[in-house]
Design a protein around this ligand. Structure first.
Ligand SMILES: [Zn+2]
Length: 472
């Protein structure tokens, strides 16, 4: 539960706008933590998410969230790391952790009425990162209670075998200073709205979406008198905040808007089939015929009890033709073809890989399809070739590791598992796995062995750097 507190802390502190002045942005006396410390915290945080939380690994949903995230981050003008994850949690919430790790709850995805609304919350979290709110809070904390914070940060960063446990310890003690955090956070929330709306607009979304989304959630809460969604507890909506958000939007010269697509609705329809906790209620009357077709085929796909599911491929083909820019129909069609043994699915995936070369989910699904047609060697080749160019590699390298394990090539299997863990910042596990791989690799002249040594050296370098930075 301590970790849960961390999430609330990092991102979503209560706010109330006290001042009408623009926040003081990056005052010169702010000393935040250095980028090396931030990288380490980010790795520990990302590992904690992957080991203590239910993440949604549905490649199509992840890829969708990442596409929105990339549109926004490319407008920040800052060269920073960002990674986006989906948390299987029905509470409406989102958060930004250290080193640009951003988490989106499934509850948030379910409650957005447009991609603009979903993007507005992502933009707000991205702004927390670009404005270095977490590190600035950290510095402030250090001044308030230097001894305890310094020792806690050390607990995470120094030779910790379980960094996520360190994170939990750290956050437990942060609770001591909650009052100070609250004072600080008003400015940060205001800044996050200010910059978030700017990024949103530049990315081609409606700059009014943030005010609309928060306004609607707050109104719904009053009507139903229920417990407010988490995001409102941490980001209370005041009339002042909404007015400021609208003023901000009105000041901006509206960029040309993105072409609207169906993607959000289709992604919301997936929630019932890929998460444990999210039950999305959808009104089938409000779905278009294409969306209804998507839903019915998804239902059949997930109903393992049926010996011969009744897929409706003709409506799916029609939906795909009517929505030529929407890749989700084509992907579902290829998936169903795979399930029913129609190998023309492979041509579909090949085409989609060419049209959307930066979409990791298509490569992943293409590989899965190859595997189901017993073309494992080609799946291995595809994953080995394509994975290095994606920022998010965890799913792809994990799949490669699994494939090699099935072939009893444990040296390769350990190596790719090490890479998968390296990608999500789990360095202790990556080190353990790469050592295993080294031990069992017989041919010391092989390419694999060279790669193993390369990764080992990389991990060594990081660990030496961490030891050098230990406070004495
Ligand atoms: Zn916030």
């Amino acid at each position: 539960m301590l970790l849960r507190f961390l999430l609330l802390y990092c991102f979503c502190l209560p706010l109330a706008f006290a001042s009408n002045n623009l926040p003081d942005l990056g005052a010169p006396d702010l000393k935040d933590y250095d980028s090396h410390t931030e990288t380490q915290l980010g790795q520990a945080f990302s590992t904690a998410l992957h080991t203590h939380y239910d993440l949604v690994y549905d490649p199509i949903m992840l890829s969708y969230i990442r596409r929105i995230g990339e549109k926004i981050t490319s407008e920040t003008g800052k060269n920073r790391n960002f990674s986006f994850f989906i948390i299987d949690n029905p509470e409406i919430n989102a958060f930004a952790g250290p080193n640009g790790v951003i988490g989106i709850h499934t509850g948030l995805i379910a409650s957005a009425q447009s991609e603009d609304e979903l993007a507005s919350v992502i933009a707000h979290e991205v702004a927390h990162v670009t404005q270095r709110h977490l590190s600035r809070t950290f510095e402030y904390q250090s001044n308030v209670n230097t001894a305890s914070i310094a020792s806690l940060i050390a607990a995470i960063l120094i030779g910790s075998q379980d960094p996520s446990a360190g994170i939990a310890t750290y956050m437990g003690a942060m609770g001591l200073n909650i009052q100070q955090q609250l004072k600080n956070s008003r400015i940060y929330e205001s800044e996050a709205d200010y910059f978030g709306i700017k990024y949103l607009n530049q990315a081609g979304y409606s700059p009014y979406a943030m005010g609309e989304f928060f306004g609607r959630l707050s109104k719904e809460m009053q009507i139903y008198e229920g417990t407010p969604p988490e995001i409102l507890l941490t980001h209370p909506v005041t009339a002042n905040r909404l007015a400021k958000a609208n003023d901000r939007a009105a000041q901006l010269k509206t960029e040309s808007q993105l072409l609207k697509s169906d993607s959000l609705t289709l992604v919301q329809l997936r929630l019932n089939f890929v998460t444990k906790t999210q039950t999305q209620t959808y009104n089938t009357k409000t779905l278009s015929s294409s969306e209804t077709c998507y839903l019915n085929n998804l239902k059949n796909l997930s109903d393992q009890g049926l010996s011969r599911p009744q897929y409706d491929l003709s409506c799916l083909k029609a939906a795909s033709e009517q929505n030529p820019k929407e890749r989700l129909y084509k992907l579902l069609l290829a998936k169903i073809k795979t399930e029913t043994g129609d190998s023309s699915a492979l041509q579909d995936y090949e085409y989609l890989t060419a049209v959307y070369p930066s979409d990791f989910s298509i490569v992943y699904l293409y590989a899965k399809s190859l595997i189901s047609f017993n073309r494992t060697q080609e799946a291995i080749q595809l994953l080995t070739q394509k994975t290095p160019k994606f920022h998010y590699q965890y799913l792809l390298y994990s799949e490669l590791s699994k494939l090699y394990a099935e072939k009893n090539q444990n040296d390769y299997s350990y190596y790719y598992d090490a890479l998968a863990n390296y990608n999500i910042g789990n360095l202790p596990k990556s080190t353990f796995l790469v050592n295993q791989a080294e031990k069992i690799t017989k041919n010391k002249k092989s390419k694999l062995y060279q790669k193993i040594i390369q990764l080992k050296n990389e991990l060594d370098k990081i660990s030496q750097k961490q030891q050098r930075n230990q406070p004495s």
